[in-house]
Design a protein around this ligand. Structure first.
Ligand SMILES: NC(=O)c1ccc[n+]([C@@H]2O[C@H](COP(=O)([O-])OP(=O)(O)OC[C@H]3O[C@@H](n4cnc5c(N)ncnc54)[C@H](O)[C@@H]3O)[C@@H](O)[C@H]2O)c1
Length: 363
C-alpha cells in the first residue's frame, strides 16, 4: 500500500501519542515534524526518523506531504491547518477544533476551497461502549434519544496549569474545563442527540485561584430533534471521581458509558486508569448484556495500550477517508459544533439568557 506522507505540527505531549500511533499505521508515514521550539522538533524527529522544522509553512513547502496532523495549543490550530489546506494537504486537527468559531470557519472555508479532508480528534467515539450506544440509538432501540446527561467530576492540580504557559488563560487557551476537557463528552452528546438549538450555561472557578478560567461549567441544552441535555463538567473534585455520558430514550430505556473512572488521563503525564465501561443498559430483553460487555471490555483493556489505541483507530479512519474519498467519522463540521456549544455557554453566562444556535463566526 502507498503510505500517505504525513507531517506533525506541534511536538509536545499529545504529539508523542500521534507519532506512536502513526508508526504502526500501514496507511501513513511520518516524514516531518515542526515545533516553534527547535529542541522539541529535533527530539521528536530523532525519535521517529523524521525531518525537523520550526516553521509550518516551510515544512509544508519543503516536504510536499499529503497530510498534516495539528497538535499545537488550540488557538494555534487554525494557522497550520489553513496553510496546509491552501497547499492541498489534508488536515487532522486535535480537539478542540479551535478556541473560536471564527477560526473554525476559516479552517472549514480553506478545506472546502481546496477539497481536502478536515477531521477533528475525538477518540472516545471509538471506545467500544460508546460505539454500542451509538449503534443501539441508531437502530431505534431506545425510541427517540430524549435526554442526554454528561457528568464530569474531575481534578487538576495547580501544577497542571503551570506546566505550559498557554494553559488556563483566556487569551492563550480560550477557556478552561469547557474548552480543554469537556469537548470529548460534548462531542459524544451531540453525536447521540444531534444538533443543539438552544443553550443556557453557567460557569465558575471553584478552587483554582491561579487561573482565571472556568474549572466548572453547567449547560442546559435543547436539541433540534426535540431532545434535552444537561452537562455538569468540573475539575474541582479531589480526587477525580468519574466521567459519564448517559442517554435516556422516549421508550424509557437508558444507555450509559463511564468514559473515565477516577481522574481522566493527561497526555504525556498519566495513563488511562481503567477501561471505559457501559454503566447503564436497560433495553428490554438486553439487561443481561451489561455484565457481558463489562467482561469483554475489561479483558480487552488488559491487551492494549489504551492511551494510543483509540487515537490510532481514529487516525486510521482519517487516512482511510482520504484513500477512499469519504468523510472521516469526526468531521470539521462536528468539531465546529463542539466549539459552538462551549461558545454558547460562555455567552449565556455573560448575558444571563438562553442562547439560540447556530452561532455566527464572530460570536
Ligand atoms: N485528544 C486528546 O485526548 C488530547 C490530549 C492532550 C492534548 N490534546 C490537544 O492537543 C493540543 C496540544 O496539547 P499538548 O498537551 O500536546 O500541548 P503541549 O504544550 O505539550 O504541546 C504543544 C506544542 O506546540 C508547540 N507550538 C505552539 N505554537 C506553535 C506553532 N505556531 N508552530 C509550531 N509549534 C507550536 C509548542 O512549542 C509545544 O511544543 C491541544 O489542542 C490539546 O487540547 C488532545
Amino acid at each position: 500500500m502507498t503510505k500517505l506522507r504525513t507531517a506533525l505540527a506541534g511536538c509536545g505531549k499529545v504529539a508523542r501519542i500521534h507519532a506512536a500511533a502513526l508508526s504502526r499505521l500501514e496507511e501513513a508515514q511520518l516524514v516531518a515534524v515542526c515545533d516553534a521550539e527547535p529542541a522539541r522538533a529535533e527530539a521528536l524527529a530523532a525519535a521517529c526518523g523524521a525531518r525537523a522544522f520550526t516553521d509550518v509553512r516551510r515544512m509544508l513547502d519543503a516536504t510536499r506531504v499529503d497530510a498534516l496532523v495539528v497538535c499545537t495549543p488550540h488557538p494555534a490550530h487554525a494557522a497550520p491547518a489553513i496553510a496546509a489546506a491552501e497547499r492541498g494537504v489534508h488536515v487532522l486537527v486535535e480537539k478542540p477544533m479551535a478556541a473560536s468559531l471564527a477560526d473554525c470557519d476559516a479552517m472549514l472555508a480553506a478545506a472546502a476551497a481546496s477539497g481536502v479532508k478536515l477531521g477533528v480528534v475525538s477518540q472516545r467515539r471509538f471506545y467500544e461502549p460508546v460505539l454500542r450506544m451509538k449503534a443501539a440509538i441508531d437502530a431505534g432501540k431506545i425510541g427517540r434519544p430524549a435526554l442526554g446527561v454528561v457528568l464530569m467530576f474531575n481534578w487538576r492540580e495547580e501544577s497542571y496549569y503551570a506546566s505550559d504557559p498557554w494553559r488556563g488563560r483566556w487569551d492563550t487557551e480560550g477557556g478552561g474545563v469547557l474548552v480543554n476537557q469537556a469537548p470529548h463528552q460534548l462531542d459524544l452528546l451531540q453525536w447521540f442527540l444531534g444538533e443543539p438549538e438552544e443553550i443556557t450555561g453557567y460557569w465558575a472557578n471553584i478552587n483554582h485561584p491561579s487561573v482565571a478560567v472556568d474549572d466548572t461549567a453547567l449547560a442546559l441544552i435543547r436539541f433540534a430533534g426535540g431532545g434535552l441535555g444537561c452537562v455538569v463538567a468540573s475539575l474541582a473534585q479531589k480526587p477525580g471521581l468519574f466521567t459519564k455520558v448517559h442517554v435516556h430514550g422516549s421508550s424509557g430505556a437508558s444507555l450509559g458509558v463511564q468514559t473515565e473512572s477516577g481522574a481522566s488521563f493527561i497526555a504525556g503525564v498519566s495513563e488511562i486508569a481503567g477501561p471505559p465501561l457501559n454503566d447503564l443498559w436497560t433495553i428490554p430483553g438486553e439487561e443481561h448484556l451489561l455484565e457481558i460487555f463489562e467482561a469483554e471490555d475489561r479483558a480487552r483493556f488488559r491487551t492494549l495500550d489504551p492511551t494510543t489505541h483509540y487515537h490510532a483507530i481514529q487516525i486510521q479512519d482519517f487516512f482511510r477517508a482520504i484513500l477512499e474519498d469519504r468523510a472521516p467519522v469526526v468531521s470539521g463540521a462536528d468539531g465546529r459544533r463542539v466549539v459552538e456549544m462551549f461558545t454558547a455557554v460562555y455567552q449565556s453566562n455573560r448575558e444571563r439568557r438562553p442562547v439560540r444556535l447556530p452561532l455566527a463566526s464572530g460570536e
